[in-house]
Design a protein around this ligand. Structure first.
Ligand SMILES: [Zn+2]
Ligand SMILES: [Zn+2]
Length: 409
């Protein structure tokens, strides 16, 4: 989900691999050659990790950390994380809502401090990830190439799959704030990382302690928590909405990623401002975006219609039921019982298909009437009521299917 290399160190793909922009370079004998190491990234990752593992415990034991230093560590960690999830990811990469300039500047400052490259580079890679998810040649951090590659390896070497192409961020290039951040990224990230932690340390009277904890350890944690979305959130968890890709829903990952662990939902409904769509799912980013609406800092929040969510869940339930049925040996249980289950599932599927077509027809009619401005107020209410009834029908159907699943187990 993130990209770290400094903008000026990468060239457009066609200038380096004119014959095949996405092909892995090959050496003598047609053997695959590893692309060159990106030294800046390798040094940043290894140095910050070493300092965090050695200097933080050493300073803690010999000097101790003040309460104010811990508070700064927490604040920077959350501000960096939420600027990536709420800003880089949901606002800029997916345009899931609109944000006031004050909020955009906040996201830019603390997102720059998170050291995950400029918004333009980050979003370009992330949009490519969504479009080509799991494609080892085109997805910049495809999990098909293993945990290490999708977590951090893709940023350590100059892989053809990671070469930026800004054609997919034309909308973002029109924002002068984002262009400014992109042009001066190296300077801005140095100022925010060193300036903020050293300055804050001076203010609380513990320059080195604050630098180690709120500067370096904060950066390492912030990095790896984000990187988990590209690696673990494509490997570990459930797939309730779709199994067309590797993305998983994982409430444990949601805890450390400000809600982004609900990655299976996110990959199917990427323009929704929520990742944890149920009200109880831990997604502080969605709560932040929704509550800032009250003070006018966010607006036009995009929500997936409930019907589409139920439809995706049900489609997966049917798919799983079919797979379980197919695996059941005819002799394992009373054949009549299996036949009965098969029949009930087929009936449910018919009802599901009918509800989907009813809903689609009704929605089309409603939009058409609205466009022609012939719809009366009471008619609108009637349409809405009917749509809600179909939605409720699907909710009931999910419950019935759950009990059928239990019988199939
Ligand atoms: Zn993903
Ligand atoms: Zn995304």
């Amino acid at each position: 989900m993130s990209e770290m290399q400094f903008p000026e160190s990468r060239q457009p793909s066609h200038s380096r691999h004119p014959e095949s922009p996405q092909a892995e370079p090959r050496g003598p004998g047609n053997a695959k050659v590893k692309p060159p190491l990106i030294l800046t990234n390798a040094l940043i990752f290894s140095l910050t990790l070493t300092v965090a593992l050695i200097c933080v415990p050493w300073w803690g034991i010999t000097h101790g950390f003040k309460g104010a230093t811990w508070a700064l560590f927490g604040f920077f960690l959350v501000a960096n994380g939420m600027s990536i999830t709420g800003g880089y990811h949901r606002l800029w990469a997916h345009r899931a809502y609109d944000a006031h300039v004050v909020l955009r500047i906040f996201y830019l400052i603390f997102g720059t401090m998170a050291l995950q490259n400029s918004v333009l580079l980050w979003c370009s890679g992330h949009r490519r990830h969504h479009l080509n998810v799991d494609d080892n040649e085109l997805d910049p951090y495809s999990v098909g190439r293993g945990f290490w590659f999708s977590h951090i390896g893709w940023m350590l070497r100059d892989y053809p799959s990671g070469v930026p192409d800004f054609a997919n961020v034309a909308d973002l290039k029109r924002d002068p704030l984002l262009v400014f951040q992109h042009r001066h990224y190296a300077l801005l990230t140095t100022i925010t990382n060193f300036g903020f932690s050293l300055g804050a340390g001076w203010l609380v009277g513990d320059v080195w302690g604050t630098f180690f904890l709120a500067g370096v350890a904060r950066l390492v944690l912030s990095h790896h928590f984000t990187f988990f979305i590209n690696s673990l959130a494509h490997m570990w968890g459930s797939r309730p909405y779709t199994d067309d890709n590797t993305a998983r829903d994982n409430p444990i990952l949601a805890l450390v990623t400000h809600g982004e662990g609900y990655h299976n939902f996110h990959h199917i409904f990427a323009h929704d401002y929520r990742n944890g769509v149920r009200w109880w799912q831990w997604d502080p980013t969605k709560w932040l975006i929704a509550s800032l609406q009250w003070v006018g800092l966010t607006r036009r929040l995009k929500r997936t219609p409930a019907f589409q969510i139920h439809r995706a869940l049900l489609a997966m339930q049917f798919r799983r039921a079919q797979a379980k049925l197919a695996k059941l040996p005819e002799t394992a249980r009373a054949p009549s019982h299996i036949d009965q289950l098969r029949h009930r599932i087929a009936q449910e599927y018919e009802a599901f298909a009918a509800a989907v077509s009813d809903w689609t027809r009704l929605k089309e009619q409603w939009l058409e009437d609205k466009k022609r401005a012939v719809i009366e107020h009471w008619e609108q209410a009637r349409f809405q009521q009917r749509l809600r009834e179909i939605e409720d029908g699907l909710k009931m159907q999910r419950r019935r299917l759950r009990s059928l699943h239990a019988q199939l187990a």
